[in-house]
Design a protein around this ligand. Structure first.
Ligand code: BES
Ligand code: MN
Ligand code: ZN
Length: 481
């Protein structure tokens, strides 16, 4: 996709489709210098004739002129109610229409340059498809070749950033969408090495079996699988401002282990490495983003399978920090491997903040649904930074409490801690379990992305499958601190 900018619509020589954002209760929002009067008047007439609502995400296709054949009016609601997410959807709506009409060049009217990044992301994400396993057909062939932004001022930094963010999201989506038998722990480890090989600022260490030998949590969960577990440590050296550690849950397939899931519950469980995909996607663009930070990426990766050597309910394993864990439900495996990752971070990295990203609990989905991630955090500054960036980039997160009294539920009769709590508040007890392994005094945030990491139905900016949730949020966070 090629992006260009022009100061007015008369500079667009030929385009099959031009998109205008339209606001409720506002006339004359489109600057006359950008669009010629005659065209403006005919558009206004059409809006009245077809009683176009201008409500959010409502769209209307009207005739243009000789230059621009069709004009897509996209409702944005009231000017004061427009949120960054609406610009993403605006881009997504335009991309979908272009595909439907098989148009390869689109022009887009811009009002504020700062919105351009979201629009670019919306276009790229809205036209994202995963065709790896599909035979070629017309549907898989369509591409938008050129996007022309019509407006004044320098939009190029926003365009560049939008492209970068969207390419990272696509990277994560591709990883999640592939067959889980391909995206094994070794596959993730190879990918991490490739990212490091292609970058002068990123290095990668895949731990040897010896180096993993005290990671009883990771080794325990991996015992049921014939795929070797991997522990990936990526390092980005971009400056000494701060050291941020990102941890991603890398369960490449979650059967539940001996506490086996139902066939329905298992259907989407290739998504269980979404946290890992988020971290890898971020590292794949860090040398272009170049934040003034040191960033560590930790990924404990394994399948969770019910093989003959599988960990059994009642088994006790010892995490890298020496704490023992009674595994009572082998399906609460994410927290067990994250325990080792947190212990590793404590042992090897002096972090200013640790953020883990994990498809941890169905309970978080019950609480917040499919579009919102749960945020657990022990530090106000970190929490505020994540919340502000989440609003800004249009990925919704909502804070849930680390109710300290619920720690009672994690007490084990035989070990230091057990891996499940009671019937209620499962997202919270999951987070409290991880908290027990976080280095003391380190600001830490846990993002439970079980809901928003995957969409079964698809939406305007994402087809059914992996969503890449968290990638843009964390990229924005990393470039804001
Ligand atoms: N990977 C799942 C959580 C999940 C469920 C993610 C649905 C996305 C969609 C996790 O490993 C899991 O199985 N959690 C259990 C924990 C329980 C046994 C305490 C759950 O949520 O049921
Ligand atoms: Mn599980
Ligand atoms: Zn899982």
């Amino acid at each position: 996709m090629n992006y260009t900018t022009v100061p007015s619509l008369s500079h667009v020589s030929q385009s099959g489709l031009c998109a205008f954002p339209i606001f409720e209760g506002f006339e004359g929002e489109i600057l006359p210098s950008v669009v010629e009067q005659k065209l403006l008047r005919s558009i206004e007439k059409e809006i009245i004739r077809q009683s176009f609502s201008k409500k959010k995400h409502d769209a209307l296709l009207v005739c243009g002129n000789e230059q621009i054949h069709h004009i897509l009016l996209v409702g944005m609601g009231k000017r004061g109610d427009v949120r960054p997410k609406d610009w993403l959807f605006f881009g997504g709506i335009v991309a979908r229409k272009a595909k439907e009409m098989k148009v390869e060049t689109i022009a887009i009217l811009v009002l504020q340059n700062a919105d351009v990044q979201r629009v670019v992301e919306g276009i790229q994400l809205g036209s994202y498809t995963f065709n790896k396993y599909k035979s070629e057909n017309d549907d898989t062939k369509h591409v938008i070749r050129e996007v022309i932004f019509v407006g004044e001022g320098d939009m190029s930094p926003f365009i560049t950033r939008g492209q970068l963010f969207a390419s990272a999201v696509s990277f994560a989506r591709d990883l999640v969408n592939r067959s889980p038998s391909e995206t094994t722990p070794s596959y993730l480890a190879d990918l991490a090495s490739q990212i490091a090989n292609g970058s002068s600022m990123v290095s990668c260490n895949i731990l040897s079996p010896d180096e993993m030998s005290d990671m009883g949590g990771l080794l325990g969960i991996a015992r049921g699988s014939n795929q070797a577990q991997k522990f990936i440590h990526l390092t980005y050296n971009g400056g000494s401002n701060k050291t941020i550690t990102l941890v991603g849950k890398g369960i490449t397939f979650d059967t539940g282990g001996l506490s086996l899931k139902t066939s329905e519950g298992m259907q989407t469980m290739k998504l269980d490495m979404s946290g890992a995909a988020t971290i890898l996607a971020i590292f794949s663009v860090l040398d272009q983003l170049r934040p003034d930070l040191a960033i560590h990426g930790l990924i404990p990766a394994t399948e969770n399978m019910p093989g003959p050597n599988a960990v059994k309910p009642g088994d006790v394993v010892r995490a890298l920090n020496g704490k023992t864990i009674e595994i009572l439900n082998t399906d609460a495996e994410g927290r067990v491997i994250l325990a080792d990752a947190m212990s590793y971070a404590e042992k090897h990295i002096k972090s200013d903040a640790i953020i883990d990203v994990a498809t941890l609990t169905g309970a978080c989905m019950i609480a917040l649904g499919e579009e919102v991630a749960g945020l657990f955090c022990n530090n106000r500054e970190l929490r505020d930074a994540l919340l502000v960036n989440s609003q800004h980039i249009g990925e919704d997160i909502w804070e849930l409490p680390l109710v300290q009294s619920y720690k009672e539920q994690l007490k084990s009769h035989v070990a230091d801690i057990k891996n499940i709590g009671g019937k209620y508040g499962g997202a919270i007890t999951g987070a409290l379990f991880i908290e027990a392994f976080v280095p003391k005094g380190t600001p830490w945030a846990h993002l439970d992305i079980a809901g928003p990491s995957f969409t079964e139905k698809g939406n305007t900016i994402c087809p059914p499958g992996g969503t890449g949730f968290g990638v843009r949020l964390l990229l924005a966070y990393l470039s804001s601190i």
